[in-house]
Design a binder for this molecule. Structure first.
Ligand code: 1SD
Ligand code: ZN
Length: 267
């Protein structure tokens, strides 16, 4: 993206990007005592075709994070639906937010607690035709956020991405990597097939901070290894930033609710 901003002075973002000073900004601190219960009979969030392997995959250092994109055969692009979402949302890209040390890094907090890394899987609503158009609508995007913690065993998806990291150390570099299904990012340390999600209406956490995101956040037993966090920190970001997590924003009366996610391992 061509956006110029850095993480030294996130309070200055609204000067260049007015939406960053809006009333439904992200991330937020989720206070568990304020979160609604999972209501009986509520539709779960479905992940569809997360087991489908793409034809091509690319990683890019965009100066703010490392992004993963893919090209699937026609009709095989992963989607999400259900839960609080109306209609189907197509996968666009995924990326990570991290901190300068392992005690900070996630963008969202749970009861003031930070996680060392947060993964964002960005989806756009199909009926808007493309992501740029979808970003202009209050329900245009749905981002799955995974708050991950450190574990001995490495994350399988991130491991595949790391194979190409040597080629994208500098900002604006891209490289092709061996294709793999998005389900490789699932924790391999947990047997659970369903997980609780927190959902609330928010924004992109980076300029232009468009208020178009339905956030779906999951706290999982993570399996990211410390050496994987170190490999992310070795990627150079613009303005010598050593972290890429925006501080939490005001709730401004928004409420956070809970849903179940159903994971499908089949393609
Ligand atoms: O930081 C990303 C940004 O890179 C871009 O992917 C944008 C979606 O167009 O989303 C933000 S974020 O809100 O997912 N952090
Ligand atoms: Zn993000």
């Amino acid at each position: 993206s061509g956006a110029h901003f850095d993480y030294g002075n996130p309070k200055d973002w609204p000067k260049d990007y007015p939406s960053c000073g809006g009333m439904r900004q992200s991330p937020i601190n989720i206070q568990l005592q304020d979160v609604g219960m999972i209501e009986p009979g509520q539709q779960p969030v479905y992940r569809n075709r997360y087991g489908a392997k793409p034809k091509r995959m690319t990683i890019t250092n965009n100066g703010h994070t490392v992004q993963l994109t893919g090209e699937w055969q026609k009709g095989y692009t992963p989607t999400i639906s259900g839960g609080p979402l109306n209609g189907t949302y197509q996968f666009s890209e995924l990326h990570f937010h991290w901190g300068s040390n392992n005690f900070v890094g996630s963008e969202h907090l749970i009861n003031n607690h930070s996680f060392p890394i947060e993964m964002h899987i960005v989806h756009w609503k199909e009926t808007y035709g493309n992501k740029t158009e979808a970003t202009k609508h209050p329900n245009g995007l749905a981002v799955l956020g995974y708050l991950m913690s450190i574990h001995k065993s490495p994350n399988r998806g991130l491991k595949m991405m790391q194979m190409g990291f040597q080629h994208i150390v500098e900002p604006s570099r891209s490289t092709k990597i061996d294709p793999f299904p998005l389900s490789f990012f699932d924790p391999n340390v947990s047997r659970q097939k369903t997980a609780r999600y927190f959902t609330y209406p928010g924004s992109l956490t980076t300029p232009p901070c468009s208020e178009s995101v339905t956030w779906l956040l999951s706290v999982r037993l993570g399996n990211i290894a410390t050496h994987q966090l170190d490999s992310l920190r070795r990627l150079r970001l613009s303005n010598h930033d050593n972290h890429n997590n925006r501080p939490t924003q005001q709730l401004n009366g928004r409420s956070v609710s809970s849903y179940l996610e159903i994971q499908f391992s089949n393609a």
